[in-house]
Design a protein around this ligand. Structure first.
Ligand SMILES: CC(C)(COP(=O)(O)OP(=O)(O)OC[C@H]1O[C@@H](n2cnc3c(N)ncnc32)[C@H](O)[C@@H]1OP(=O)(O)O)[C@@H](O)C(=O)NCCC(=O)NCCS
Length: 171
């Protein structure tokens, strides 16, 4: 398994991986092209045998530069439960582009046990606390068409561990 920032040529494969990972919203390839170019420094792909089997998109919100927002995490069914999701999160936090980040936020639907477990585990590993609050409401924001997205806020994140851990990423 190797990790690296995405390049635009990855976008179609990433869109296909996301489509294979319900309950994630599917994206246009164009959306992933922008992530793979303008947001490449804060996104990551995991490859095995030249196939993309893992993906995380994220960004630092323009008005909240001390935060890292994780947009989507997708791990191919064939490699789930091997720690890949957690390893990609850790590798991202080690990036120079994420220096100065003090907390991680994401949104998760209530019934997504694997996603809650992934972020609870990340928080525990880094000695941080995970707090939940409703962020995008089923009725008010999704017109009843999508479950409420709960914000998970994890912090404070220590800065020292980034220097200590050994990333396997090829930058
Ligand atoms: C959520 C997802 C990314 C997890 O990826 P993964 O590589 O299998 O996760 P990891 O192996 O790193 O596991 C992280 C933790 O979650 C736990 N976990 C993983 N899958 C789980 C499940 N289905 N139910 C309960 N716990 C689970 C693991 O045991 C581990 O806990 P631990 O560190 O205490 O041992 C993957 O299941 C996936 O792609 N799901 C579909 C898309 C999705 O829901 N994405 C997240 C929304 S943003």
């Amino acid at each position: 398994m190797s990790f690296r920032p995405p390049v635009p040529a990855d976008a179609a494969q990433i869109s296909a991986l996301i489509a294979d990972c319900p309950p994630l919203d599917t994206n246009s390839v164009y959306c992933n092209l922008l992530q793979c170019s303008d947001f490449a420094d804060t996104c990551i792909v995991a490859e095995r045998d030249d196939a993309i089997v893992g993906w995380i998109s994220g960004y630092r919100p323009p008005t909240k530069q001390d935060k890292f927002f994780v947009w989507q995490v997708a791990v191919s069914d064939s490699v789930r439960g091997e720690g890949l999701g957690g390893q990609m999160l850790d590798a991202l936090l080690e990036r120079p582009a994420l220096q100065g980040v003090l907390s991680l936020t994401t949104t998760i639907t209530e019934d997504n046990a694997a996603s809650w477990a992934l972020f609870e585990s990340f928080a525990g590993r880094h000695g941080a606390t995970l707090r939940r609050t409703p962020r995008f409401d089923r009725e008010r924001h999704f017109g009843g068409e999508h479950e409420t997205e709960w914000e998970a806020r994890i912090g404070p994140l220590p800065t020292a561990y980034r220097k200590l851990s050994k990333t396997r990423e090829l930058i």
